[in-house]
Design a binder for this molecule. Structure first.
Ligand code: TMP
Ligand code: ASP
Length: 236
């Protein structure tokens, strides 16, 4: 599989065309940003860890019946994926209060919800990814009602799959962000990444943060947190 023209460069990944028009190659960077890119840094080794961890989760999710864009891991940092048109929604699932949920609604972090919360943000850095509801998404033609219903069902199923996989390695899944895309035949599939950049992981015993909040909040031990998650999930 050969990399051809670069199609897009995001904050944490580059996307390239391949020899096959239906297949793209994603390349994960060590760059880290927060607060709409206002805070910038590097997390050494992150690209390789996020690539491998994402693929690990994508395989489990696909095996449990949710279609994904994953095709083949090419090397440490690069993966072949199906070409999709990204639905411009950040689909966030929360099991425990943290981050923007806590600040927006004025509650402490760590409140365990009776049921998971699914919310959408409109993916638009200039507007600071505003929170939107189903009606807004339909009005803005970001997705149809049917697609939103499927996205919600997939997001809740993925939550159960990830919670179970993480429980086995002593990690509580606090919240996470997903992105979906549509393939050329219109199939809705899970896309983007699932990594410490896009999830909150808390150690089950100590509550220690094992994710990008260590970078966002200047807590130190950022690289070690990514390495610890790699060790627990990938065994190395
Ligand atoms: P939030 O509490 O800041 O809204 O974040 C919820 C989850 O989404 C958290 O696990 C981190 C993830 N996330 C992203 O992946 N990208 C983003 O741009 C933001 C703001 C959050
Ligand atoms: N990656 C996002 C940004 O730079 C924010 C985050 O993950 O907190 O905007």
């Amino acid at each position: 599989m050969n990399k051809r023209d670069q199609l897009y460069e995001g904050k944490a990944k580059r996307v390239y065309e391949s020899d096959d028009p239906e297949i793209l190659i994603v390349s994960y960077k060590d760059d880290a940003t927060a607060f709409d890119g206002k805070k910038k840094g590097t997390i050494k080794g992150k690209g390789a860890i996020n690539n491998r961890m994402t693929n690990h989760f994508m395989k489990i999710i696909e095996n449990q019946g949710v279609p994904t864009h994953f095709l083949e891991e090419l090397n440490d940092r690069e993966t072949a994926v199906k070409r999709v048109r990204i639905v411009p929604l950040e689909v966030i699932v929360r099991n425990i209060s943290a981050g923007h949920f806590a600040s927006r609604y004025g509650v402490e972090e760590g409140l365990v919800f009776d049921e998971p919360v699914v919310e959408y943000s409109y993916k638009n850095d200039e507007l600071h990814d505003p929170l939107i509801n189903d009606d807004h998404a339909v009005a803005l033609k970001l997705a149809s009602r049917e697609e939103l219903a499927l996205i919600r069902a997939y997001a809740l199923k993925i939550n159960e799959i990830l919670k179970a996989a993480l429980l086995e390695v002593g990690v509580t899944l606090v919240d996470f962000k997903l992105e979906f895309g549509k393939t050329s035949d219109g199939t809705l599939v899970l896309a983007d990444e699932i990594s410490p950049d896009t999830c909150r992981f808390w150690d089950r015993e100590t509550g220690e943060k094992l994710d990008k909040d260590r970078f966002r909040r200047d807590l130190g031990g950022v690289e070690d947190a990514y390495l610890e998650m790699r060790l627990r999930l990938l065994g190395e």
